[in-house]
Design a protein around this ligand. Structure first.
Ligand SMILES: [Zn+2]
Length: 152
């Protein structure tokens, strides 16, 4: 059973290339990706399979309609993705602050976030200290810059 064109377009909107996804149910005769595993969506192919590279290293695609996944959404899920992003930062030359989007010349010499193992810009580092001290309201992880597009 393959997805029709309308379904494929809906899936492509739901799972844009580069978004972070969480596995709900995915297995084939050889591999099982445990529910809760996260990965990066690599797009939706012409039969409606959601292609992914899972954090465990597997690149098993989700077959429509039997396999299920969803975009990272909860604070807890985003935290897992932030830790994943933090690992990418270790080998990256430069990129953006995942919290506010400010350009960073280097991920070294900046602040480590209080919420995940990820580097943020100095300003966000100060802001987070104020949040932790209860001096201002916490910016939800769902509103972080990187949650729109998971790029460095
Ligand atoms: Zn920032």
């Amino acid at each position: 059973m393959f997805a029709d064109q309308e379904t494929i377009e809906r899936l492509r909107k739901e799972f844009p290339k580069g978004c972070r996804i969480v596995c709900d149910k995915l297995d084939d005769p050889y591999t099982k990706i445990p529910a809760g595993t996260q990965g990066v969506c690599r797009g939706v192919d012409d039969v409606g399979s959601v292609m992914a590279i899972w954090d465990c290293g597997s690149s098993l695609s989700l077959a429509y309609p039997v396999d299920k996944a969803h975009r990272v959404a909860s604070e807890e899920e985003i935290k897992v993705s932030l830790n994943w992003l933090g690992k990418l930062q270790e080998t990256a030359e430069k990129g953006h602050c995942p919290r506010c989007g400010a350009e960073l010349e280097s991920f070294r010499r900046h602040a480590l976030s209080r919420y995940a193992n990820v580097t943020v810009c100095d300003l966000c580092g100060v802001q987070e200290s104020l949040e932790v001290a209860g001096l201002c309201e916490k910016k939800p992880l769902t509103e972080w810059y990187c949650t729109k597009e998971w790029k460095l």
